[in-house]
Design a protein around this ligand. Structure first.
Ligand code: ADP
Ligand code: MG
Ligand code: MG
Length: 878
């Protein structure tokens, strides 16, 4: 029923818990008011009204109107001013704010309520006409831009022309007469572009502004931001109407933004920027270079202390790092916003770990505070530290968002998007970014801006996206599609490297490497491991492990460093892509007779034994799941160059061609591959089984603990598995006899063909474990060739036919049913059957959550995704 919520003089009708209704900004303004923090009074119109407004063709029901009107009266009482009073007008800001903060997505209008009469009165009453006229010209500009869609730059041009005419550097140099002239120019711009005079009636102004904020919910950039960030299910934005406080009153006034901890590193250090004699967005707009909070501390210690106290109160209250906006009016402090601060992955981990040791939150809360994506950021590339000494930066800006990126430079977001679509790595270079640039920023590897501070749009958005960003790099001079940095000239398409951790900009391409895990991260991930280890199913402790997909000893080593507790998928075919082995493998493939094939396999066997030894050694004490040969043989033979192959193999070229031709298939991924090869060319799997067992026994004799798990791919009927298992066991028994030794081993299968999932009870009888190969399972369930989805899936996504690319996020609704069926059927036969997932989905947070809920015991993913999976798994368990 209630649509409008008042806040003022220590009492608010809303609270933080009402974010969905009041938006983040409104809910926190209410909460701060209740905490007795100085907040200018106002009221919040709920998100429900936004929904009504959109549905009712941009109009309000009578009762909503009445409620707003009575809240205006309340606000007038509270401030002792009258809205529209020509002598002492109540001025307000009209601010947007949805439940999830979308920086800069929807616009704010300040100083609303001024007109040509009251501006004069305000000048007299305040004894500061300059301030009054400055407020008025800002209002006209913001109202024109936000409410009426008159381009910001048309106003800026007028400002610049007056400044140029008088030879001013700074806005603050404009005097009253200049500002009066500017107001006239602005009004002309307004009239020329809207066909109307600038509205004098404050109520007309207010309703127009409220409507504009509600309308902005569906503007292009807000919609784009929600799409990119996958923000779904919000009904709209709230509107906050709040009495103004003035940071542009004079040199004893100012405005600033601050973070209770450093948002880039997470260090517990009060971090912020402010500008005196400034209003609203001046700090982030990069108009003047803002000052550090440390300057405030030395210039106005009393005020600094007040701010410090507020910061501490807020952090203790919200138990999280806060991002705050404040304004100082004639020496008095006001808070205008607080929210849980956006931060880099590094800062997220550091803050979470610190808050636990400060006793503010527990470990589980800490684990939930870091998103899997943020963790992923931490493993983003950096410039190879060993090369740093030999590199010379062409310029240095602010280290706004960490990680290094290199790419071809582009100067417009449109170019960034277009080139990224062509598969190019691009770096977006801008004077400063604005919300319209979001698409281009998302497409770029990194962002470089010439102006703006640590809290500029570019910096905030890049940190949120986890993209490297160097901001405020003053040496960068852009003209058209070229730029100059000192004596270096760059044009579109030239390659540069930026280091968002140091702020350096380098010409050309630098060598990038992946960082090691920090101590902080180790602690954090250990907590995640503890949570996963304690996971239960049906009241029994089962754990939820993370293994890695690794084919070579180097990969296995990295996987272990990143915390994998085993290998969940070792693809033996990747071992054959090595030059030396490939030759013998080809000899085996094109063999005309069994004896010829067995001979080639003998050589390969020795090479495979040493491959497996290498992996077992690295994974000492941990299980290694080895998948027998999977891809179609045709993948291993050359497309041309038959002559040299024929020569090498001592074969006739035309015969060889025929043989290779005969391997070609119409649908190779549905063809002669996986266990079908094992059935038709049993000697291949025989060789691999022998190599695994010999390698394992060899290692065991060296004191290495081995746990080989043999995995048979592409099983669709139980008979395939039955035959191959029995055959393998004969070989294994023979080897154990021959070597007078044994190793523990398991034989399991992949569940990646829908039929296997549907008959998993039968299959389970011959399997010691299941591993869901969700890439193939998705491919076969949807009937999408995963190598060809590029031609239609993007359109499916934009038309919302699909919510996600099913090869990235596991399709719970369809493929998920097969997974759950297989889990239930498998466990109906063997209640403790171990199950894992080893497709790409094993490293994707949503999919991990699904497989945990489905009762799987572990996930396996690429080594770089292991830390992410360790965290995502823990979050599922919590
Ligand atoms: P955004 O969501 O883009 O941050 P805000 O609504 O927070 O937009 O407002 C933009 C700027 O205007 C901020 O710097 C904010 O502190 C300032 N501001 C908003 N309302 C007031 C007010 N009533 N008095 C003074 N400054 C205000
Ligand atoms: Mg704000
Ligand atoms: Mg497969």
């Amino acid at each position: 029923k209630k649509n409008v919520y008042f806040f003022g003089s220590g009492k608010a009708e809303g609270s933080t818990s009402m974010k969905n209704l009041l938006g983040g900004k409104g809910a926190n303004l209410a909460e701060m008011t209740n905490l007795n923090i100085p907040v200018p009074p106002g009221f919040t119109i709920s998100t429900k009204v936004c929904k009504i407004y959109s549905e009712k063709n941009h109009s309000y029901p009578e009762d909503v109107k009445k409620e707003i009107e009575s809240n205006i009266v309340k606000l007038e009482k509270e401030t002792n001013k009258k809205f529209g009073d020509p002598k002492d007008p109540l001025l307000v800001s009209v601010r947007s704010g949805a439940a999830i903060s979308m920086p800069g997505m929807m616009d704010t209008v300040l100083n609303l309520g001024l007109n040509s009469t009251s501006v004069v009165a305000l000048g007299q009453i305040s004894g500061n006409p300059r301030f009054a006229w400055d407020s008025y010209r800002r209002f006209i500009q913001m109202f024109g831009d936000v409410v009426m869609g008159v381009s910001h730059s048309l106003f800026e041009d007028k400002l610049t022309s007056i400044k140029n005419f008088h030879n001013y550097d700074l806005d603050t140099e404009l005097n009253v007469d200049d500002l009066k002239e500017l107001v006239n120019l602005y009004k002309e711009v307004y009239k020329d572009n809207t066909g109307e005079s600038f509205p004098e009636d404050p109520l007309v102004q207010l309703w127009a502004a409220i409507g504009a904020v509600f309308g902005s919910w569906n503007n292009e950039r807000a919609v784009k931001y929600r799409t990119i960030n996958k923000i779904d299910g919000l009904i709209g934005t709230a509107v906050n109407v709040q009495s103004m406080v003035f940071g542009n009153f004079g040199d004893d006034s100012g405005t600033g933004v601050c973070f209770s901890r450093d948002p880039a590193t997470g260090d517990n250090y009060f971090y912020g920027e402010y500008l005196m004699n400034a209003q609203g967005e001046d700090v982030v707009a990069g108009i003047r270079t803002p000052q550090k909070l440390s300057t405030l501390e030395s210039e106005n210690p009393q005020l600094y202390k007040e701010l410090l106290d507020v910061k501490q109160t807020l952090e203790n209250h919200y138990k999280d790092m806060q991002d705050m906006e404040f304004t100082i009016e004639r020496g008095k402090l006001f808070l205008l916003q607080t929210r849980n601060g956006k931060r880099t992955g590094q800062a997220a981990v550091k803050v979470a770990v610190d808050l636990v040791s400060e006793g503010l939150i527990d470990k589980e809360t800490a684990i939930m505070r870091v998103t899997p994506d943020q963790l992923d950021q931490l493993l983003h590339p950096m410039i190879d530290p060993t090369t740093l000494n030999s590199l010379k930066a062409v310029a240095t800006g602010l280290n706004a968002s960490p990680g290094a990126a290199c790419g071809e430079i582009v100067f417009t977001p449109e170019d960034a998007e277009a080139k990224a679509l062509e598969g190019r790595n691009v770096l977006l270079v801008r004077r400063e970014t604005s919300p319209e640039d979001i698409g281009g920023m998302n497409a770029a590897e990194g962002i470089l801006t010439a102006t703006g501070g640590m809290t500029s749009h570019a910096a905030v958005v890049a940190r949120g996206m986890g993209k490297p960003c160097v901001a405020g790099c003053k040496a960068v001079e852009i003209s058209g599609k070229a730029m100059k940095i000192g004596n270096n000239y760059f044009k579109e398409g030239d390659t540069i490297t930026i280091d968002g951790s140091s702020g350096n900009v380098y010409s050309g391409k630098c060598i990038l490497v992946y960082p090691k895990l920090t101590d902080q991260l180790e602690i954090f991930l250990k907590w995640s491991d503890e949570v996963r280890e304690s996971a239960t199913r049906d009241g029994v402790k089962k754990g939820f492990d993370v293994r890695a997909n690794a084919d070579l000893p180097e990969d296995a080593k990295r996987a272990r460093e990143f915390g994998a507790v085993g290998i969940g998928l070792c693809r033996t075919e990747h071992m054959f892509f090595d030059e030396a082995k490939l030759e013998h493998f080809r000899r085996m493939i094109v063999a005309d007779s069994l004896s010829e094939r067995v001979e080639a396999l003998e050589t390969i066997k020795d090479l495979q034994i040493s491959d497996f030894k290498g992996i077992f050694k690295v994974m000492d004490g941990l299980p290694v799941t080895i998948r027998l040969l999977d891809p179609p043989l045709h993948e291993f033979v050359p497309g041309d160059e038959f002559d040299s192959l024929a020569k090498m193999l001592h074969k006739d070229v035309s015969e060889l061609k025929l043989r290779i031709e005969s391997l070609k298939e119409q649908n190779p991924m549905l063809g002669h591959r996986g266990c079908r090869l094992g059935i038709t060319y049993p000697e291949i799997y025989d060789m691999q089984i022998e190599a695994i067992i010999r390698g394992a026994i060899f290692c065991q004799r060296e004191g290495i603990k081995v746990f080989p798990e043999i995995m048979i791919p592409l099983v669709g009927t139980v008979n395939e598995l039955k035959i191959l298992r029995e055959r393998s066991e004969i070989i294994i028994t023979r080897l154990f006899d021959e070597l007078k030794d044994s190793v523990p081993y398991k034989i399991g299968t992949m569940i990646e063909i829908p039929r296997a999932a549907l008959t998993a009870d039968k299959i389970a009888e011959y399997a010691d474990f299941f591993s869901f190969g969700t890439n193939d399972l998705t491919q076969m369930t949807f009937g999408y060739s995963r190598d060809d989805v590029g031609s239609f899936v993007p359109e499916y996504l934009s038309k919302k036919i699909l919510q996600n690319d099913p090869f990235q996020v596991l399709d719970e609704e369809g493929v998920g049913q097969l997974v759950i069926t297989a889990v239930n059927k498998g466990r109906s036969v063997k209640s403790d059957l171990k199950m894992s997932i080893c497709g790409e989905h094993g490293g994707e947070a949503k999919s991990i959550d699904f497989v945990y809920r489905s009762g799987l015991n572990l996930v396996s993913c690429s080594p770089f995704r292991v830390p992410l999976a360790r965290l995502a798994g823990a979050q599922s368990v919590i």
